[in-house]
Design a protein around this ligand. Structure first.
Ligand SMILES: [Zn+2]
Length: 468
């Protein structure tokens, strides 16, 4: 397929300035009351002192706890069991005694978490496929979408993106994908959303070609993508010898980003990578600023904790989030199932928002060894990073604890590389579990478009049981 010449990302154009300066503000004022005020507040508060941000969180938390105690049966019961007195803020010890809210709680006791008083018309049902394929239902206040969008836009702005700017998007099957059939939908897409999208849950070569052509036509300066999808785009461009498709910045999200992948993306796609961490339940949790030394937490909206776990060595812990601004179905001490650690050093950008040094992915993305000992799956990506004859790998752990290393071989892959793979992985497994290597043609991603580096079959089986 012939590609037209492309001269790289342009500066902000008139159309983008009009869409961002006129169309978007008018739409937001009409559809999302509160967006503009919250966005302005966020621009200020990000530079507030940590103590001041903490006070803001405590005020919002107090309001949320009081509301949940009155209107949500599950919390009422749990607060009482934890010995909290009505009208009093829990101290640190009382707070820690509150059981974590799990995904299983959401699946099994969803109606007891919902508010009994929140007006039906002002709440919206939402769901996630869940990383193990097990769906989760939750509710978001209609007003919360305005503050979620304001947070996302603030974090986009750290990468230079403003509303109205075109953005290329490599994403999986989106539950909220907007239909683009009618004239009105097309106008909205063109004037408001301004995205060039490709669903990466199943991509063919002609799909990539069409995407590249659309990018050349719209010339977005930004790319938003799952980390693995951005790598796939870089590999496709390299394979086709296309060297001029460049972005000002690339926002990667939803999957763990290894240093090797960051390097591949930046080398091929030109712009700096701004890694982001978030989930559908609470939207953006944290993201990198231009200093790239960790991810600042969206602390005005979320109270994030890193809770110690017996299976993890300090300072690593489980990510636990409280959404301070959602009342129709409050998520209080919600255990997302990811592993992270805090950054202790303040960021040079001067923002007072707390910073996560690193997110290592799902607790299910850890290999369980006898002992009990765990090996971080995402950390294992480094084991294969320098092997150019290995195109892709996935580690599957069977319920019996046996480990299968699936390999998509590239040019130069041979018995020597296979032996090298075995030897390197065995350094981590120490012979404590059986290891098999399987060469495969491709490693499919999940229906959501996400790619899992480690698949825990036991966790996947549990999720299937819950689903019934
Ligand atoms: Zn910073």
């Amino acid at each position: 397929m012939k590609m037209e010449a492309y001269s790289g990302p342009p500066p902000r154009r008139l159309g983008e300035r009009l869409a961002g300066g006129v169309v978007f503000p008018a739409w937001a004022r009409r559809e999302h009351a509160g967006y503009h005020r919250f966005r302005r507040d966020l621009e200020q508060s990000q530079f507030a002192a940590p103590a001041e941000l903490e006070q803001l969180q405590q005020r919002r938390l107090g309001k949320l706890l009081e509301y949940a105690n009155v209107h949500c049966p599950l919390y009422r019961e749990r607060f009482r069991a934890a010995g909290w007195r009505e009208g009093e803020m829990p101290d640190a010890a009382a707070w820690r005694s509150l059981p974590l809210l799990t995904k299983r709680d959401l699946q099994q006791h969803g109606s007891a978490i919902e508010s009994e008083a929140f007006p039906r018309a002002q709440r919206q049902r939402n769901q996630t496929g869940g990383s193990t394929g097990s769906p989760l239902q939750f509710q978001v206040d209609r007003a919360r979408f305005a503050t979620r969008m304001a947070s996302t836009h603030r974090h986009n702005a750290w990468a230079g993106h403003q509303p109205g700017d075109w953005m290329a998007v490599l994403w999986g099957a989106r539950l909220d994908a907007h239909a683009q059939d009618g004239l009105w939908d097309r106008c909205r897409e063109r004037l408001l959303y301004r995205t060039v999208e490709l669903n990466t849950s199943s991509v063919t070569l002609p799909d990539w070609d069409r995407f590249v052509q659309a990018v050349r036509r719209r010339r977005p300066r930004f790319l938003l993508a799952y980390a693995r999808a951005a790598v796939a785009l870089a590999e496709y461009l390299d394979g086709c010898g296309i060297g001029d498709l460049r972005f000002h910045a690339i926002i990667t999200s939803a999957e763990v980003l290894s240093p090797a992948h960051r390097q591949i993306i930046e080398c091929t796609l030109g712009g700096r990578v701004f890694n982001r961490y978030g989930c559908r339940e609470v939207s953006v949790i944290a993201s990198e600023c231009a200093a790239h030394s960790g991810m600042h937490v969206n602390a005005e909206a979320l109270l994030v904790e890193v809770v110690p776990d017996p299976g993890l060595s300090a300072p690593w812990g489980r990510v636990v989030v409280t959404d301070l601004l959602n009342f129709s179905m409050p998520l209080i001490r919600y255990d997302i199932g990811d592993v992270a650690r805090w950054s202790e050093a303040p960021c040079v950008c001067g923002r007072g928002l707390p910073m996560l040094a690193e997110v290592q992915g799902r607790t299910t993305e850890f290999l369980r060894l006898p002992g009990p000992r765990v090996v971080s799956g995402p950390a294992l990506t480094l084991v294969f990073a320098d092997l150019s004859s290995v195109r892709q790998v996935q580690i599957v752990q069977r319920p019996s604890q046996e480990v299968i290393l699936k390999v998509v071989p590239g040019a130069g892959y041979d018995a020597g590389v296979r032996a090298e793979l075995r030897q390197r992985l065995d350094l981590y497994l120490r012979g404590s579990v059986p290891l098999a290597i399987e060469e495969v043609d491709a490693i499919p991603c999940l229906a959501s478009g996400k790619y899992l580096f480690v698949v825990q079959e036991a966790a996947a089986a549990e999720a299937t049981v819950l689903e019934r």
